[in-house]
Design a binder for this molecule. Structure first.
Ligand SMILES: Cc1cc2nc3c(=O)[nH]c(=O)nc-3n(C[C@H](O)[C@H](O)[C@H](O)COP(=O)(O)OP(=O)(O)OC[C@H]3O[C@@H](n4cnc5c(N)ncnc54)[C@H](O)[C@@H]3O)c2cc1C
Length: 385
């Protein structure tokens, strides 16, 4: 167990990475009164900054509630509202999401599954939507409103977090070489920074692959592309729309349109490669499908194309916990497509783990390691699908 947790002095921790994972660990530690040092290389195109930040109660083809929604959503809502109060920012927006059904089967699946009122207002519910209200959308199989749904404006949230950390002198903008710059004395120390830490939390997303301490982390990453486009006339701006793509009103007559899943092109570079062009064409085709004629045939102005690699796992569940040999090293990773929803509760569980509380098995990164990969000390990241 970590030394200072048993003394009067609050623990001192370092957090490597300030995306959604690292920011959540930082705030949960601040709320406990711990001393924190955050290191981040300030990548403007990090996965967390490219993300749309959607929090959606019902996801996937089976019309099921998002995994462990009843645990994750109440914590996320309380957490982001608290940080808005602390920082004076506004980045957590709750608004029902508009689900446009793609087939009669999908429509009846939703209707049959979600025909009873929710137990409480944090649980998912599906309300009818009057399609006449939105003639610009093509809705042959009707549509429904999903709630509670939310959007975290991730860049605003991360900027507010970094501003706060900067004012506390807790932020170091640098690119840490985790292999070289972390030493044990026997407590962990980071080259160039004063003092030792009680624990180091690695929150590096896909870049964890560069880190020898968590080289076994079984990531199954997926690139996602996202476009910013000019909204066609009369396009609804009250709701995020989910169809074969999602569309997010982003203010100033602009929409975000996303996102693709590509497990082969593992970088965030936007250039003229065939796969990048294909991602853009796919998203625009999906957007057109959603538009009723004549809007469908109008040209769509692309304002920006961005991409990043999601740190997903093989079973789509998070990867958090302690290093097997160095109990003062922890990781929070594997957030996949749900970093906004899951990071607050996972960060809380990780800090509780420092106090000796077990991490639920379905979140623990060790669940995915086979004895074979441990024995050979091979990196499961390199295996193919
Ligand atoms: C196109 C797209 C759309 C998405 N949409 C959504 C969505 O709607 N809702 C949602 O919840 N999620 C969405 N996601 C997923 C979401 O972005 C991820 O779950 C989340 O960003 C992962 O956060 P992270 O902190 O683990 O990783 P990252 O965002 O990659 O953060 C890691 C941070 O660590 C820093 N870092 C890494 N190594 C070092 C080092 N050695 N030294 C210093 N700094 C370092 C990086 O610079 C970065 O700031 C989307 C992702 C993509 C690509």
């Amino acid at each position: 167990m970590l030394n200072r947790l048993h003394g009067d002095e609050p623990p001192s921790i370092a957090i490597i990475g300030c995306g959604l994972a690292g920011a959540a660990v930082a705030w949960q530690a601040i709320h406990r009164g711990w001393s924190i040092t955050v290191i981040d290389r300030a990548d403007s195109e990090s996965c967390s900054r490219v993300a749309a930040g959607l929090v959606t109660p019902i996801t996937g083809g089976r019309a099921a509630a998002s995994w462990q929604w009843d645990l994750f959503f109440p914590m996320a809502r309380t957490f982001y509202k608290r940080i808005e109060q602390t920082t004076g920012g506004q980045f957590w927006h709750e608004q029902p999401a508009l689900k446009v059904f793609q087939s009669a089967e999908e429509q009846s699946l939703f209707q049959n599954r979600w025909n009873v009122p929710p137990e409480n207002e944090t649980m998912p519910s599906v309300q009818p939507f009057d399609r006449q209200a939105c003639p610009v959308l093509n809705m042959p199989f009707s549509a429904a409103l999903l709630q509670p749904a939310a959007r975290l404006e991730t860049s605003s949230y991360l900027d507010a977090t970094k501003d706060f950390l900067q004012r506390q002198s807790s932020l170091h903008e640098m690119d840490l070489d985790c292999d070289r710059d972390i030493v044990f004395t026997p407590q962990p120390k980071i080259a160039g920074l004063d003092g030792c830490f009680d624990a180091i939390f690695f929150c590096q997303g896909f870049a964890a692959r560069e880190n020898r301490w968590f080289r076994d982390l079984p990531l199954h990453p997926a690139r996602g592309d996202i476009l910013k486009i000019a909204a066609p006339p009369a396009f609804p701006t009250d709701h995020v729309v989910h169809h074969s793509a999602w569309i997010v009103p982003d203010g100033n007559g602009e929409l975000l349109l996303g996102a693709t899943y590509d497990r082969k092109t593992l970088d965030g570079v936007v250039d003229d490669r065939a796969e990048v062009v294909e991602a853009r064409v796919t998203l625009l085709d999906r957007f057109r499908e959603l538009l009723a004629p004549p809007s469908r045939n109008a040209s769509i102005k692309v304002l920006k194309h961005r991409a990043a690699v999601r740190p997903a796992s093989y079973d789509r569940h998070p990867l958090i916990g302690q290093h097997r040999e160095h109990p003062s090293l922890f990781c929070l990773n594997g957030l996949g497509s749900k970093g906004s929803l899951m990071s607050p509760l996972l960060a809380d569980a990780l800090l509780n783990c420092m106090n000796g509380k077990a991490i639920p098995k379905e979140w623990d990164w060790n669940r995915m390691l086979t004895s074979k990969s441990l024995n050979r000390n091979e990196n499961p990241n390199t295996r193919s699908d």
